[in-house]
Design a protein around this ligand. Structure first.
Ligand code: GTP
Ligand code: MG
Length: 565
C-alpha cells in the first residue's frame, strides 16, 4: 500500500482530486461543507492507494503536519491560475524537512486557463522544485472535468513506490483520529511506523501509561491479523475510553521506550527565512501527529543563519516515545512561520549542553558514554547490541582504562586486596573481564595472583607435596581433612586419584615448553617421563592434565604444542 498525502495552498483543488480519484468526499464536517474548505484531515483509499487529504489554509497547518508523518509520497497540488503561493511554499518546505521521499505534481483546474499559461506555471514549478525530492517528479495537468487527466494522475501515483520498509524492533502509531464506534468501543487511526502491529498485542498509550490491547485491526477497511509499517491502520482498543486519547498521543508496546522530554537533534534552518535562528522566540514543535511548545538551545553556536544546519537541544513539556532519525518541524509562533526542521539524534541526552556532541550512531554513542547497559541502549535507540560482559557494553577505551585502573589498585593494595563491592559500576563490571593471571577475586576482594590469601596458605603437608612435585607422597600418609582443605584452596589437585601440588602443573608446563623447543614435531610419553625425572605412574596423569588445559595436544603416539602453550 502506498500512503499519499495531499499538499498545497488553500483552495487549489486537493480535496476535489481525492474525490475524483477515490469517489470519496473527505470534507465530511458540516463546517467544511459550508465554507467549502478543508479543516481537518480526510482519509480515503482506492485499491492499493491510501490518501490523507490535508487542509491548505495556514490556520489549520497543525492538522496538515499531523497528516504527513510516515507517508510514502505527496500529491503536490498547484492551481493553474494562481501558481506557487505561500502555503505551496510552506508545505513544500515541510515535506522536505520531514524527508518525504517522492511525489507527483498536479497542476489543477486546467479547464479554466489556456495551455500557454499552464506551460508557464509548469516551468516555474519545475524551477522551484529543482534539487529537491520533487526534482524530475511527474507533472500532470488535471481538471476534475476531464476523466483522462484523473486516470493519468492515478497511473503516476500507482507507480510511485512505497518507502522502502524498514522493519525495526518497535512498532509505533502516532494517533491522528479517535472515535467511538457502536458496538466496538474506542477506535484510533494513524500511519503505522517502525514495526509490525498484531491483533492481541499489549500496548501502552503515551502519555499517561494507560495499558490497552489490540482487540481488532483494520487496513483499508478490511480486518487483518497484523499490519506492516507504512500502512494506514485503524485499531480497536480494549479497555480505554475514547475521551482519554487525543490526536498526538502514541501507541507503543510497554517497556520498549526511553520516554524523553529532551532530545538532541540536527537542525536545518529554512533558506527563505529573513533572520537567523537563535534560542529566542516561542517555538512549536511538530513531530508525528503532535504539536507541543518547545524551548531550544543551540549547541556550539549562538545562532544559525538561514539555509545552514547545526545542532540543538530541544526541551518539551511532556515525554514522548522518540527514536533517533525521527523528523520534526519547528514553527515560530510570534511570526507564525515555519523556521526549521530536523532529525532526532539522542533522546534524553546525558552530556551537559556545553559538552554535547550529539550523534545517532550507536558506536559513537557507546564511545561517548564509555559504559552503557544493553537494555538502556535498546530503549534509547531501538537497537540491539552485543554486551561486552553480562548486560553491559563497554567502549574499547573505557575497558582498557578500567583494566589499568584496576591493576594499579591491585598492585598497590598488596595482600589487603581491593574490596570489589566498593568499586563503581564500571570497575565492578570490568573485574569480571580480568584474566586470572592478572588478578583474582577471593571472598569479594581482588588480589594480584601471588597475593591472594589462598596462595598464602602454608602447611607441612603442602610443603611435602611441593618438595617432590613430580613424585608426590601417597595421600594416605596424611590427614584427609587437611588434604581436602588444600584441594579446596586450590593448592593441591587430585589427578586420577593421585594428589599433586598445583604448582606441579605449572612446573610441568615449563618442562613441556623446553621439550617442545627441542622436539617441535612432538614428544613421546617416555620422553616426557624422563624430562620430569619421574615414573610413568606420575607422568601420565600430569600429561593428561596438560592436555585438558590445552597446553599440549595428543597426536598419535606423541604430544605436540597445544593452543595454550
Ligand atoms: N473548474 C474546476 N474547478 C475545480 C477543479 N478542482 C477544484 N475545483 C474547485 O476549486 C474549489 C476548491 O477545491 P477544493 O478541492 O476544496 O480545494 P482544496 O485544495 O481541497 O482546499 P483546502 O482543502 O481548503 O485547502 C472548489 O470549488 C472546486 O470545485 C478543476 O479541476 N476545475
Ligand atoms: Mg481540501
Amino acid at each position: 500500500m502506498t500512503v499519499v498525502a495531499t499538499a498545497g495552498h488553500v483552495d487549489h483543488g486537493k480535496t476535489s482530486l481525492v474525490l475524483a480519484l477515490t469517489g470519496v468526499d473527505t470534507d465530511r464536517l458540516a463546517e467544511e461543507k459550508r465554507r467549502g474548505l478543508t479543516i481537518d484531515l480526510g482519509f480515503a483509499h482506492v485499491e492499493d492507494l491510501s490518501f490523507v487529504d490535508v487542509p491548505g489554509h495556514v490556520r489549520f497547518l497543525r492538522n496538515m503536519l499531523a497528516g504527513v508523518g510516515g507517508i510514502d509520497a505527496c500529491l503536490f497540488v498547484i492551481d493553474a491560475r494562481e501558481g506557487w503561493m505561500p502555503q505551496t511554499e510552506e508545505h513544500f518546505e515541510i515535506l522536505r524537512l520531514l524527508g518525504v521521499p517522492a511525489g507527483v505534481i498536479a497542476i489543477t483546474k486546467c479547464d479554466l486557463v489556456d495551455a500557454a499559461h499552464v506551460d508557464e506555471v509548469e516551468v516555474l514549478v519545475r524551477h522551484r522544485c529543482a534539487g529537491s525530492f520533487l526534482d524530475g517528479a511527474p507533472v500532470v495537468r488535471t481538471s476534475i472535468h476531464d476523466p483522462n487527466s484523473i486516470d493519468e494522475l492515478a497511473r503516476h501515483l500507482r507507480s510511485t513506490p512505497p518507502r522502502p520498509s524498514v522493519q525495526g524492533a518497535r512498532p509505533r502509531l502516532w494517533i491522528d483520529r479517535v472515535f467511538a464506534a457502536a458496538g466496538a468501543g474506542t477506535i484510533v487511526t494513524g500511519t503505522l511506523i517502525d514495526a509490525t502491529l498484531a491483533r492481541g498485542d499489549e500496548l501502552e498509550v503515551v502519555p499517561g501509561a494507560m495499558r490497552t490491547r489490540v482487540r481488532g485491526l483494520q487496513t483499508a477497511g478490511r480486518n487483518v491479523e497484523s499490519a506492516t509499517p507504512g500502512t494506514r491502520v485503524a485499531v480497536n482498543l480494549a479497555g480505554v475510553a475514547h475521551g482519554d486519547i487525543e490526536r498526538g498521543h502514541q501507541l507503543v508496546k510497554p517497556d520498549e521506550w526511553w520516554l524523553a522530554d529532551t532530545f538532541d537533534a540536527t537542525l536545518h534552518v529554512l533558506p527563505g527565512l529573513r533572520h537567523a535562528l537563535s534560542r529566542r522566540g516561542n517555538f512549536l514543535l511538530y513531530v508525528g501527529t503532535e504539536e507541543l511548545p518547545a524551548t531550544i538551545r543551540l549547541i556550539a553556536t549562538e545562532e544559525l543563519q538561514p539555509g545552514t544546519s547545526g545542532h540543538a537541544r530541544v526541551f518539551l513539556p511532556r515525554a514522548l516515545a522518540l527514536a533517533p532519525g525521527d523528523r520534526f518541524v519547528l514553527r515560530e509562533t510570534g511570526r507564525d512561520e515555519t523556521v526549521a526542521g530536523g532529525e532526532v539524534l539522542e533522546v534524553d541526552p546525558t552530556s551537559r549542553l556545553s559538552r554535547a556532541r550529539p550523534t545517532a550512531d550507536v558506536d559513537s554513542l557507546i564511545d561517548q558514554r564509555g559504559i552503557v547497559g544493553t537494555r538502556e541502549l535498546f530503549l534509547r535507540t531501538g537497537q540491539v547490541h552485543e554486551p561486552t560482559v553480562d548486560d553491559v557494553i563497554f567502549s574499547a577505551a573505557m575497558l582498557s582504562a578500567a583494566h589499568s585502573e584496576l591493576l594499579d589498585m591491585v598492585r598497590s593494595s598488596g595482600e589487603r586486596g581491593v574490596d570489589v563491592s566498593g568499586l563503581d559500576d564500571a570497575l565492578r563490571q570490568a573485574v569480571k573481564m580480568l584474566r586470572p593471571n592478572t588478578a583474582v577475586v577471593e571472598s569479594g576482594r581482588l588480589y594480584a595472583p601471588d597475593k591472594a590469601p589462598s596462595q598464602q596458605l602454608r602447611s607441612p603437608v603442602l610443603d611435602a607435596f611441593e618438595a617432590e612435585p613430580f613424585a608426590p607422597p601417597a595421600a594416605s600418609n596424611f590427614d584427609r581433612d587437611e588434604l581436602r582443605r588444600l584441594v579446596q584452596a586450590g593448592r593441591l589437585v587430585s589427578l586420577d586419584g593421585i594428589h599433586f601440588a598445583t604448582a606441579a602443573i605449572d612446573r610441568a608446563h615449563d618442562v613441556v615448553r623446553q621439550l617442545i623447543a627441542t622436539k617441535p614435531a612432538g614428544f613421546s610419553a617416555s620422553e616426557f617421563r624422563d624430562a620430569l625425572g619421574t615414573s610413568r605412574k606420575f607422568a601420565i596423569p600430569l600429561a593428561e592434565a596438560l592436555d585438558a588445559r590445552g597446553i599440549t595436544r595428543r597426536r598419535g603416539d606423541v604430544r605436540i604444542a597445544g593452543p595454550r602453550l
